[in-house]
Structure formats: structure tokens, C-alpha cells
Design a binder for this molecule. Structure first.
Ligand code: ZN
Ligand code: ZN
Length: 219
């Protein structure tokens, strides 16, 4: 039996899932998407449906007219939940989700933390492209050092929880922040927070989303 989280409140956007399905996301973002999907039944189902119908439907829809029929058909197929079976799945042998273990080279005890100030530690993971991804270890009750968003930032909670001006984020939750959001995440008291965080600065996220996807979802 696969073990997944049922109490996830913050999910991936359609744009991210479409980009992942189309293979257009930078590796750093793909890792966050794959890790969330490995924990989340809901996003795994959405991704599977997009994988099954996405590219085909987008081609069929033509250049100018994205008809109401076409969109309705797409949504119906997604609602059917048709999809492939090889989407990322949870493999919970260790504390870290499987997609992450490949990058860390093992489980939690294989992480090579480096201090970044204020008690916060990080491990930058090696990925191709200009986007970057790192593991963050934030002591309970501690705030993340100030950081700006020049592009899109994805933050996935792996352990503990944090709060910011927008909401509370627990294990499995992913926050999608852009340059409009100024926030100061603070780890909840009681448990240290471990997050996986990816940023695409200085590139703009929209550059990675297929143009047809942008028309569908209106970004
Ligand atoms: Zn989800
Ligand atoms: Zn941020």
C-alpha cells in the first residue's frame, strides 16, 4: 500500500503541472513538483490526466480558437482521471520522499548542511539550468532570513510547518510565491522545519509554461 498525505491544503498550480507534463520546467522546479506529487494523491491524479490528454488536446485546438467545446472536452477527460501509471509515487523507506533521495544521495542523514545564518542551514542540490533548489533546515520558532523574489519561488514542507503572512504550511504543502509576495516565513514552535525550496530568479516563470497552457489557464 502506498502511503500518502491526506491533509495537504496547498497544492501545485495547473501551470506547474502542465509545465511538468510538457517537460518545460527547469530541473529545480521539476524536482519540487515530483516530490509534491509523490506525497499527494490529488496532484498525482491531475498530473496523470494532463499527461494523458494534454499535448494531444493542445495540438487539436488550433491556433486562434480555443473553443469552449475543446476546453470542456479537456476538463471532462481530466475529470475521468485517465492517466498513465508511471507518475512519481511515494516510496517511504526513509524520511525523505523518493525523488529527493536521488538528489541528496540518501536519506536525511546524508544531507550535508551548511550554515546560512540565524541558525538556518541549507544544502543546495545540483541541478541543470538557471533555477536553483535547496533544502532548508529552520529551527523551531525561527524566521527565514530575508529574501526577495525576483521570479517564482516554490517551497515544499517536508517536516514541521511554517507560517507566513498568507497561511500555515504543513508537511506536503507547497507555497507558490511570486515577486508580488513579500513574506517572512517562520517555523512553528515545537519542531524544526525542513523545506525544499526552488527559485527561478532571474528568469521569469512564464517563460517555462507552454503558450497553449497559458491560454487555457489565463496567466
Ligand atoms: Zn497536491
Ligand atoms: Zn519566499
Amino acid at each position: 500500500m502506498k502511503k500518502t498525505m491526506s491533509n495537504i491544503n496547498h497544492h501545485l498550480t495547473d501551470a506547474l503541472l502542465m509545465g511538468y507534463s510538457a517537460g518545460t520546467l527547469p530541473e529545480a522546479f521539476s524536482l519540487v513538483v515530483a516530490t509534491h506529487v509523490s506525497l499527494c494523491d490529488e496532484c498525482r491524479a491531475r498530473l496523470a490526466a494532463l499527461d494523458a490528454v494534454g499535448g494531444e488536446v493542445m495540438l487539436d485546438c488550433g491556433q486562434e480558437a480555443v473553443s469552449a467545446d475543446c476546453l470542456a472536452a479537456t476538463l471532462a477527460m481530466i475529470a475521468d482521471g485517465k492517466g498513465r501509471e508511471d507518475a512519481p509515487k511515494a516510496r517511504r523507506k526513509g524520511a525523505l520522499p523518493a525523488p529527493l533521495q536521488d538528489y541528496v544521495g540518501g536519506d536525511l542523514d546524508a544531507i550535508r548542511w551548511r550554515k546560512v545564518g540565524g541558525g538556518v542551514r541549507q544544502m543546495v542540490l545540483r541541478t541543470a539550468g538557471d533555477a536553483s533548489v535547496r533544502l532548508l533546515h529552520i529551527p523551531a520558532g525561527q524566521a527565514v532570513p530575508d529574501h526577495g523574489h525576483r521570479g517564482t519561488e516554490l517551497t515544499l514542507v517536508l517536516q514541521g510547518a511554517f507560517r507566513d503572512e498568507t497561511d500555515r504550511f504543513g508537511v506536503g504543502d507547497v507555497e507558490v510565491a511570486d515577486e508580488d509576495l513579500n513574506h517572512k516565513p517562520i517555523a512553528e514552535a515545537g519542531a524544526d522545519c525542513i523545506c525544499l525550496a526552488a527559485t527561478d530568479a532571474p528568469l521569469r516563470f512564464n517563460a517555462f509554461v507552454p503558450r497553449m497552457a497559458q491560454r487555457f489557464i489565463g496567466i
